[in-house]
Ligand binder design. Sequence first.
Ligand code: PLP
Length: 455
Amino acid sequence: MTSNSLRDADIAYALHPYTNAVAHEQSGPMVAVRGKGVRVYDDAGKDYIEGMAGLWCTSLGFDEPRLVDAAKRQMEALPFFHMFNHKAHEPGIRLSETLVQMAPVPMSKAFFCNSGSEANDTAVKMIWYYHNAIGKPEKKKIIARLRGYHGVTVAAASLTGLPLNHRSFDLPIDRILHTSCPHHYRYGEAGETEDAFADRMAADLEALIEREGPETIAAFFAEPVMGAGGVIVPPKTYFAKIQPILKKHDILFVADEVICGFGRTGKMFGSETFGLEPDIMTMAKALSSAYLPISAVLINEKVYQGIRGETGKIGSFGHGYTYSAHPVAAAVANETLAIYAERDILGHVGTVGPRMQARLRRLADHPLVGEARGVGLIGAVELVADKATKANFDPSQAVGPRVVNHAQANGVILRAMAGDIVAFSPPLVISEAEVDEMFDRFERALNTVTEEIGA
Ligand code: PLP
């Protein structure tokens, strides 16, 4: 139990992100005090397997000493400098080099920010800047997807295709549009194959482009696997059908790799797993195993040439954050990437991922589970009231949140998303035994809720 004074102070003073304030006044916080491997411990010493790697991010677990050492060394050498106005520092230069070289498609330059949202906002501004620079100022609209998640700053929240991020904020801003979501289980028609469904998704996109006028559409944003929208794995042929449409209409493709980047889907980038050929990639989270905030935007040579402009013609790209390429965060990111390579993190995900997917698929037989899906070390179960009709539970029953609360009581931290979807995204360093333990704990919670609701 959290000490009363800490609990009271939290309720009195802290406004929590993404938290129902009224419910929080009743429940108070779960206070984590330390982490080890894939586990965190609360202030009563109870252990939890962190089945979400925090917020899909602590890929190397919670006690990697090399990342602490890298931060300490950089703090001692040069705790702050920047890359504005022709200045630079070694961690920022090295990180640019490494990211451009490890990109799955030819990329030209890296630009740094502090969060996934900032990276996506930066990408939006680069796209607008680029089209002004190349003399196509009318090409400014950006298409993202319903249920996509791209963050919470004004442009990123507009790209996000979830009602929670739009309502009460007067978003999305104009110039940002949404096309249909490639979730076959939920939106596929009776008897429609995944491939036919992918055709329909591509036709929806093309119809939107035609309606708006292709000459006005600048870019398309997509996560390889949609994360916060419900861990939605696209049909195999989806991106193969989308990309030629983008090419045909000269639309830039931005891959949001904030969750999928750095091994989550089994390859270094989700773009590789799903055959994406983006012009721009955004990444964050596992870039530093979340030990310090840092994100990046990679742009290809075409975009760079536009932004670069002819010397002196359009001046400098007027965008950047005080902490863009913060040297301590960059040093930690460099060390993180070195560890992924030295420890063959992709080989490890290749071994453990199938174990997690097998445990997930086993749940498909459970009476509450409509669909179990995933790839690599990301996955979800979608809970339904009726497996035959796929009917959702009444939201007032809060079945997903209840399962997640019971899971927490059983010692595993998971996340419930709209539509009673429960997500799994453990640290990439999880072992097979820990995968089993995570699912054993989760299944106990699922069975408890099944009894409670009499399903
Ligand atoms: N893009 C994706 C795919 C994300 O999952 C997230 C956060 O979860 C973001 C962008 C926003 O990142 P941040 O919360 O660091 O701003």
